[in-house]
Design a protein around this ligand. Structure first.
Ligand code: DQA
Length: 141
């Protein structure tokens, strides 16, 4: 399977940014760790991070005819972006939404996601394991 793994704004600062919330590993560490997991073997994982909404949408659209599945952590765009939601439903790539932190146990504005109902499911509060759970789910499906 060809699987896209997208990370949105500020996730490039993983490890530095609020480590008590998001953990002390960098996005590169998490990427390497995920690539080493048995479930990733035999699949093609394409990682992309951007701080820009349109870049995330362009990436998704560019791969829409060839990707089998997608994992996305849209960062703060989760709570605001109708454009990202439209891209996910428009590209028709089976998608799982992931958040490192438990967005339901934080500020009220984080409880709203613009994308959950166009995704297979939302995984939140598992730290980096959320990406692994999502990968397992998409590969099994
Ligand atoms: C996040 C949660 C969002 O509310 C926040 O804006 C992020 C990261 C998470 O992974 O927990 O940037 O998506």
């Amino acid at each position: 399977m060809k699987i896209l793994i997208l990370n949105g704004p500020n996730l490039n600062l993983l490890g530095e940014r609020e480590p008590e919330v998001y953990g002390s590993e960098s996005l590169h560490d998490v990427t390497r760790w995920l690539l080493d997991q048995p479930v990733a073997q035999g699949h093609r994982l394409f990682f992309y991070q951007s701080n820009h909404e349109g870049d995330l949408i362009d990436f998704m659209q560019a791969h829409r005819r060839t990707a089998d599945a997608m994992i996305i952590n849209p960062g703060g765009l989760t709570h605001t972006s109708i454009a990202l939601r439209d891209a996910i439903s428009g590209c028709q790539i089976p998608t799982v939404e992931v958040h490192l932190s438990d967005v339901h146990a934080r500020e009220d504005f984080r409880k709203t996601s613009m994308i959950t109902d166009v995704c297979r499911t939302q995984i939140a509060g598992q730290g980096k394991n959320g990406y692994l759970t999502a990968l397992q789910l998409l590969v099994d499906h």
